[in-house]
Every structure is written in C-alpha cells, then in structure tokens.
Design a binder for this molecule. Structure first.
Ligand code: ATP
Length: 328
C-alpha cells in the first residue's frame, strides 16, 4: 500500500441556527428558525504514507479537529473521499476501528474511579485483543511511558501529565497503524510534553505507524514532524517540509553578534531586533545574509556570530498574514 491516509476534496459543512439578540428575537426564532452554514472543512486533499509523521497546523477554528474526526469516523463528511488503510472511516467497520486510534488531549476515555489497568482490560475486551498480545503490548507501553506505579491508582488521583500518559497507553493497546493525535500535550508541563513526544517518536519507529498530529506547541512539531500541513478556514495553505515552510513564508534571517567592544550601532546592516544581554541582532533579507555577515566580520571585532531562521511560530503567523493580505 502506498498511502496510509488518502483524502480528496474533503468537506464538512455544519448548519447552525442563527439567533439575533433579545427576547423577541428568541421567541421569533422558535417559530421560524434561520440557519447559517459553517464551512469547517472546505476542500482538503492530503496523502500520508505509512510510517510518516505529519504535523497538522492551523489557528483556532481552522478545521483541524473536524478533519481528524472525519478521518477517524466520528463525523460523516459532507462530501469528498477519505480512505485510511483502505477503509472508509465513516462506515466505522470493526476492522478499521481496530487499526487506528484517536487521542484528544482534552477528552478522556479512562474511567475516572478505577485504576487505568482495569480500563486497559476493558479495552482488551472491546478490541478483542488476544491475551498474550495484550500483555506484551501493555507491558511495553507501561515501560516506555514509565507508568508502572501510576496505572494501579484510581485515575482521578493522577496529575494531568500522568493521566495523559495513561490515556495514550489505553489508546495504543490494540497497536494501531494510524494515530490521530489532537493536541496530545495540551496543558502538560515542558518535561511531560518532552517525554510524550519521545514516546510518540519511539512508537512510530518501533511499529511504523502513520501519525497525524495537531499541536499548538511548535516544539512538538519541530521534534516530531518532518512534514507539516497548514490549514486555515478549512483549506490547505501549505503542505511540505518545515524548512520549505520557512523558506516560503519568511524572507528574513537574523544575524546575532557579540562584539569585543559593545555599543556599536548596527542599524546600517539591517533592522535591529531584540537580543540577549551583551549581543546585538539584525534582521536581513535572506539573499543578503552572507554578504552582511561578511561585512560585519570585516568592520567589527566580532567574538561570536550566529545566523538563524525566525522561530516557526513567527513563520506560521506570517503565512496567515500573507493569506489575509491576499484574501482582502
Ligand atoms: N458540531 C459543530 N457544529 C457547528 N460548528 C462546528 C461544529 N464543530 C466545529 N464547528 C465549527 O467549525 C470550525 C472548525 O472547527 P474545528 O474544531 O475543526 O477547528 P480547529 O482547527 O480544531 O480549532 P482549535 O485549534 O481551536 O481546536 C469552527 O468555526 C467551529 O466553530
């Protein structure tokens, strides 16, 4: 099979009742309802290969969750084609549900009052996982996620980060080949985010699973996703490598220098931007980076010089700004 996920011109339109403010309007709306259409997903096409990890990015309301819900079979598309591991998700065939998983950082599937281990047993029954496979996978996940002690305590007594790890273990017991991860690290502290990221990378490596991940934390995306799909207003704005994203939407680089004698005015080299104590940074058009760096080295006693692309957050913000400029 060449693709794990194949999506063509996927659309989801919600019909939402419209209501004006005020009591009279409320009463009127009971008699005659007016509706408005929300085009949450408006023509998304994307392919994901087996074993590929793809970041699915976009601002709030861009249509990411709606897309993931359609790919996992929770929502029926308004139109378009979706095939995941050769299945049509909206049919919700058992064979399909047994090969994929959807993890939503802000939802929990574990029972609150019992230990996660007992919920794992429940999943074993639901997914009809053979006992030996179940034990092997459970023990592997418990070890990788370092949750040996935690899974014996009632879930309600766990911290958010601990619970999220148990949630992820529960979601992977049936060894899915496709993972839809919707903000899996939301609300976690930096250390917990990092461990969960490491775990996703390891699961992907060991089992060759395809992963489609949404996150507002760029550290997740940079660590896990060689490729990103950026959407806005339900449409794909960009599909490619993180480096290409930077190349496409950010025409600038930042040169930061440390000078032997601080205090020089570098505004003649580019736009001076804030830098760490004792350093000066100038932003310059990418095509001029080498020439400006060479001039700086020739003109000043430079003790340290670095050249950096802007942070990925800024690049994405720029992508949306460009889009608004084009649209208006
Ligand atoms: N069940 C629904 N009924 C009506 N509108 C909906 C429904 N679900 C989502 N929408 C709307 O569809 C659009 C896309 O929402 P979606 O949750 O997919 O965005 P998102 O990219 O996941 O955003 P976020 O980053 O905030 O989670 C939004 O305008 C949202 O209000």
């Amino acid at each position: 099979m060449e693709t794990a996920i194949r999506v063509r011109d996927l659309r989801k339109t919600f019909r939402v009742p419209e209501r004006d403010a005020g009591l009279a309007a409320s009463v009127r709306s009971l008699v005659r309802r007016r509706y408005r259409e929300v085009h949450a997903v408006a023509g998304v096409s994307v392919d994901v290969a087996p074993g590929e990890v793809v970041g699915f990015l976009g601002p709030n309301g861009a249509g990411k969750t709606t897309t993931l819900k359609m790919l996992s079979g929770l929502l029926v598309p308004t139109s378009g084609e979706v095939s995941v591991l050769g299945h049509e998700p909206s049919r919700r065939e058992k064979a399909y549900l047994g090969r994929m998983t959807l993890v939503m950082g802000n939802r929990n599937q574990l029972q609150w009052d019992i230990p996660a281990l007992d919920s794992f047993e429940l999943n074993r029954a639901v997914y009809r996982i053979p006992e030996a496979d179940f034990r092997r996978t459970r023990d592997e996940l418990v070890e990788l996620l370092e949750i040996g002690d935690l899974v014996r305590k009632p879930v309600r007594t766990l911290s958010l980060g601990e619970r999220m790890k148990a949630e992820v273990a529960a979601a992977l017991l049936h060894r899915p080949q496709v993972l839809f991860l919707d903000e899996p690290t939301i609300g976690l502290d930096i250390g917990a985010q990092k461990r969960l990221r490491g775990f996703v990378a390891e699961y992907n490596r060991r089992h060759g699973a395809a992963v489609l991940l949404t996150s507002h934390y760029m550290a997740d995306v940079q660590a896990l996703c060689p490729r990103v799909v950026v959407i806005d207003h339900g449409q794909v704005l960009f599909d490619g490598g993180l480096r290409e994203l930077t190349a496409r939407f950010s025409p600038h680089q930042t040169i930061t220098v440390q000078l032997a004698t601080p205090g020089a005015d570098l505004s003649g080299y580019g736009t001076v931007v804030p830098a760490d104590e004792g350093r000066v940074a100038v932003q310059v058009p990418k095509a001029q980076t080498s020439a400006v760096a060479a001039r700086l080295l020739a003109d000043h006693a430079v003790t340290d010089l670095t050249i950096e692309d802007p942070p990925i957050e800024d690049v994405i913000e720029q992508a949306f700004a460009d889009r608004s400029a084009v649209a208006s």
